[in-house]
Write a protein that binds this ligand. Structure first.
Ligand code: NAD
Length: 485
């Protein structure tokens, strides 16, 4: 482990032009500074854009099979360092080691999956009105793509953007969150180990507001793929539209699980808690509302509280810890403010509601797993993304009422139902206004070969992962060929 890391631009490790740096702090222990990372400037951003632009023609011209081989080699490099990179992910992000390993494995799978996509058809033939004309389409690269990513999945999200971008012939500049730069550096090291040509994949660390404008508006940039908060996403979309760029946004959620009286209670309690509290509730698809049918409300809530009280909070490498810290002191304070707000709104605090005050935990940014009962749909705790270990429990009269509550928020990322009834499951699948809907599963998680993304305020209506990832990272060229003479 080094004390200081650099940007990866044009195949070189480059210090920021102004020499400014930011510390990266372990959220489980605020006294543990992992290393210093560049806080890049517009000058650095332009250098990365120039490198990606210079590398584009040769990369785009390669056979897609060859591009796929580079992705496979990067996957092998990541796999060879799985344990080390997962441990660094845990240290800078705070999730448990098994979750960090699972996320790193997902990154490896995504690289191999998109390597495979390099061998799939890249267009279609279309019958022409003229019998001698060959009319067909080809998917061609979008160009230089800026990838702006959050801290909560610092391996998986950069890779689920970069792998399709590279597979389909684009060059990229990854701007990872300033709160999780180390894993992005490791991804660059894996591409470097794979022998990727200089400038094809660049990493620029630092605060988004300092480099965002250049990375979005530079004439050489064609596409911007963003994951993060609604506020930043809307800002980026405005800039992208004003400068004629293609953009893709995946943003927040207020995901709900519906619980019906015919559910398997034990399974429902376990998966509700997993959705709400794994990764400290900091998944965009985390369960932050549970909407419970009135006939099972008391039974379910009693079981949920009992189980929540047994959950151990601790650092990611503590074997029996269920939940780690949130990402930063600011994040912890924001979650605690939401807890206070919910109490002021009249919700009933059932457990948690504070930060641990004993032992090593006081050095980290922890919040105890928190349940609120008697939450009403119009309360802010039922409407706004908290992004922490806080679950709001709402009561519904029946399935229709539950669906109205579920859909009555600005977001539409993920939703679940727990039931044994096929009719209820199908009604839910039809009517839940969310991009990811699950029956008898937690709201969080989707397999990497399936499309991922939200509806309403959670997304810009595009999708990532799966075959559909190609839609964003390519453009369609229609080609017509006739005989000469
Ligand atoms: P954020 O919006 O604060 O930051 C995301 C990224 O945007 C970071 O890299 C940041 O540096 C950059 N950024 C900030 N200001 C910018 C600007 N002016 N120009 C360009 N870039 C800028 O979000 P966050 O706190 O890192 O992540 C948490 C949010 O991400 C939550 O809302 C969560 O729901 C969302 N999220 C969504 C998904 C999804 O797929 N829908 C997945 C993970 C996280």
């Amino acid at each position: 482990m080094r004390d200081c890391y650099e940007n990866f631009i044009d195949g070189n490790w480059v210090a920021p032009a102004k020499g400014e740096r930011l510390p990266n702090i372990n959220p489980a222990n605020r006294h543990d500074t992992i290393a210093q990372f560049p806080n890049s400037s517009a000058e650095d951003a332009q250098a990365a854009v120039n490198a990606a632009s210079k590398a584009l023609p040769a990369w785009a011209a390669l056979s897609s099979h060859v591009r796929g081989e580079y992705l496979r080699k990067a996957a092998d490099a990541l796999e060879a360092r799985l344990g080390e990179i997962a441990a660094d992910l845990m240290r800078e992000e705070g999730k448990s080691l098994p979750e960090a390993k699972g996320e790193t494995m997902r990154g490896i799978t995504l690289l191999r999956y998109f390597a495979g996509q390099c061998m799939l058809p890249d267009g279609e033939t279309i019958p022409s009105a003229n019998a001698s004309t060959l009319l067909y389409t080809r998917r061609v690269p979008l160009g230089v793509c800026t990838l702006i990513t959050p801290w909560n999945f610092p391996v998986a999200i950069p890779i689920w953007k970069a792998a399709p971008a590279l597979a389909f012939g684009n060059t990229v500049i990854l701007k990872p969150s300033e709160l999780s730069p180390l894993t992005a550096i490791h991804i660059a090291e894996c591409f470097e180990a794979a022998g990727l040509p200089a400038g094809v994949f660049n990493v620029l660390c630092g605060e988004g507001a300092r480099v965002g404008e250049t990375l979005i508006t530079a004439p050489e940039v064609t596409g911007i793929s963003f994951t993060g908060s609604v506020r930043t996403g809307k800002h980026i979309a405005g800039q992208a539209v004003a400068h004629g760029k293609k953009y893709q946004l995946e943003m927040g959620g207020k995901n709900a699980a519906i619980v019906l009286p015919d559910c398997n209670l034990e399974q429902t309690v376990a998966l509700t808690l997993q959705g709400a509290f794994k990764s400290a509730g900091e998944k965009c698809t985390a369960t932050s509302r549970v909407i419970v049918h009135k006939d099972i409300y008391d039974t379910f809530v009693t079981a949920l509280v009992q189980k929540t009280l047994t959950l151990k909070v601790g650092a990611g490498d503590v074997a029996d810890a269920y939940m780690g810290p949130v990402i930063s002191a600011q994040a912890r304070d924001r979650v605690l403010r939401y807890i206070e707000l919910a109490q002021n709104e009249g919700a009933t605090l059932l457990c948690g509601g504070d930060a641990p005050t004993e032992g090593d935990l006081v050095n980290g940014f922890y919040v105890n797993p928190t349940l609120f009962g008697n939450v009403l749909p119009e309360m802010r705790i039922a409407q706004e993304e908290v992004f922490g270990p806080v679950l709001a429990i709402l009561r519904a009269a029946d399935l229709n009422d539950a669906l109205d509550i579920l859909n009555g928020v600005e977001f539409g990322l993920s939703a679940s139902i727990f039931t044994r009834s096929l009719d209820s499951a199908l009604a839910f699948a039809d009517r839940a206004n969310a991009g990811l809907v699950r029956v008898n599963g937690e709201t969080a998680g989707v397999e990497p070969q399936a499309p991922f993304g939200g509806m309403k305020g959670s997304s810009s209506y595009s999708r990532e992962q799966g075959l559909i990832a190609k839609d964003f990272f390519t453009q369609v060229k229609t080609i017509s060929i006739d005989r000469a003479g």
